[in-house]
Every structure is written in C-alpha cells, then in structure tokens.
Write a protein that binds this ligand. Structure first.
Ligand code: PXP
Length: 236
C-alpha cells in the first residue's frame, strides 16, 4: 500500500501568521524520510494555504511521486502543465468550504473534465478523479478517460454507528472492485486516521491512501515534548 501525505495542513499553519514556517517543503522532506511514497498538495484557486512557490520547490525536491490536487479549471490545467506533477487529482472546490467536502460529480461536468484530462495526459501527467464510492461516478470517470480514481472515504470515516460504517465500507469495497474492473488505478482518502484506516487499507483493490490531517495533528503532539525541551534549553 502506497502512502501519500497531504501537506496542506502544514501550509495552513504557516498561513496563520503568513510567515516562513512551518515550511511544507521541509515537512515533505521529513515525510519522505519517514517512508511517504507520495506528497499530495492542493493548490486552491484562492491560494489559501499551499502557494505556487511550494509547488515549484516541491517539484524539484520530492523524490517519490508528487500528486497535485486541483479544480477542473483551465487555469489549474495551465499550472499543472507548467509544474508537471506526476499525478493530477481533480477535486471539487468551493471557496467557502473548510476542506474538500464531497467527490466530483463527473457526469454534468464531463466535457470540461475530459478536456482537462486530455491536456494532462498529453503531458504524461496521470489523471485521477476524486469521487464518491458510487458506480455512476466510476463509470463516468472511465468515460472521460481518467486513469485512476481516488475514492472519498469521508462518509465511512464520519459514520458513528457500526452498521453505518459497515455499509460505507461495503460501498468502498464495491466501488474499488468496479473501478479495478474498468482498468482504473484506485486510491482513497479523506478523514482517515489511526483508528479507522485499517479496514480501508485491507481493501485489496486500493493501492494508495492519501492522508493529511490525522498525520499532521499527530506530528504536532508527538513533537511537543522535544520542542518545549529545546526552548527551555535555549532560554537557560
Ligand atoms: N484526498 C483528497 C482528494 C483531499 O482533498 C484530502 C483533503 O485535503 C485528502 C485526501 C486528505 O484528507 P485528510 O486531510 O482528511 O486526511
């Protein structure tokens, strides 16, 4: 199973002070030292966290694969063609949302998505679509010539009751099988954490997980003692 680390949340922290740190580029380097196979970042239209500068440097420094999450917009296609990530994952984007809230609704946007897919594929950038685990979305993804899908695990992660969680897990399993049958590479992500990840990681057809929030949050806490000790030492 490949692990992609979504570093947007490091950039969110940096933007809280509009400062230089924590630098998502440094976080990506450490994530790779820890074994990350991929660095994932979402350059939003409003550039609220990750910046063009981050993408530019990460393209030069990331050793594994670089996965750019982007809205299905011509300006984002231009950005991707300029920086050449290994994979571009198209995601829905609304300015007012806290984070990506649902999967792409591929059908109604198929013409734009197809056009952008063609542009990306012509530049040898793998195209993935972030979709809900839904058969119609999978078929539509195949129809627009995507090479991969990332299944939205949000509903599975949010389900509180065992039976709801099992139902959402079954949807993920079914979707992963259907996508594989159509020749699509299958990734998954959103909301995965140290408590809910295992059943998803056990789905045979899923070959990659993209995880951000839970890992960045754990890094803040697991680094706290050391950070305080360093400051105590400094101030004597
Ligand atoms: N995959 C996609 C497409 C996302 O938009 C996000 C969140 O930015 C993630 C994975 C990671 O989600 P989380 O931060 O909840 O782990």
């Amino acid at each position: 199973m490949r692990l992609g680390i979504n570093i947007d949340h490091v950039a969110t922290l940096r933007q809280a002070r509009r400062g230089k740190y924590p630098d998502p580029v440094a976080a990506a380097a450490l994530a790779e030292l820890g074994g990350a196979d991929q660095i994932t970042l979402h350059v939003r239209e409003d550039r609220r966290h990750v910046s063009d500068r981050d993408l530019e440097i990460l393209r030069k420094t990331v050793n594994g694969t670089l996965n750019l999450e982007m809205a299905a917009l011509p300006a984002m296609l231009d950005l991707a063609l300029h920086h050449r990530p290994d994979t571009a994952t198209m995601v829905p984007e609304r300015r007012e949302e806290l984070t990506t809230e649902g999967g792409l609704d591929v059908g109604p946007h198929r013409e734009e998505i197809k056009r952008i897919t063609r542009g990306l594929r012509d530049a040898a950038i793998e195209v993935s679509l972030f979709i809900d685990p839904d058969l119609e979305q999978i078929k539509a993804s195949h129809r627009v010539d995507a090479q991969a899908v990332e299944l939205h695990t949000g509903r599975y992660c949010e389900a509180r009751l065992g039976r709801d969680r099992n139902r959402e897990l079954a949807r993920l399993i079914e979707a992963a099988k259907a996508a594989t049958k159509l020749g699509l590479r299958v990734a998954a992500g959103h909301g995965l954490d140290y408590w809910n990840v295992r059943p998803v990681a056990e789905i045979e057809e899923i070959s990659e997980l993209n995880i951000g929030y839970a890992i960045i949050c754990r890094a803040v806490l697991s680094g706290m003692e050391r950070a305080v000790r360093d400051m105590k030492e400094l101030i004597g």
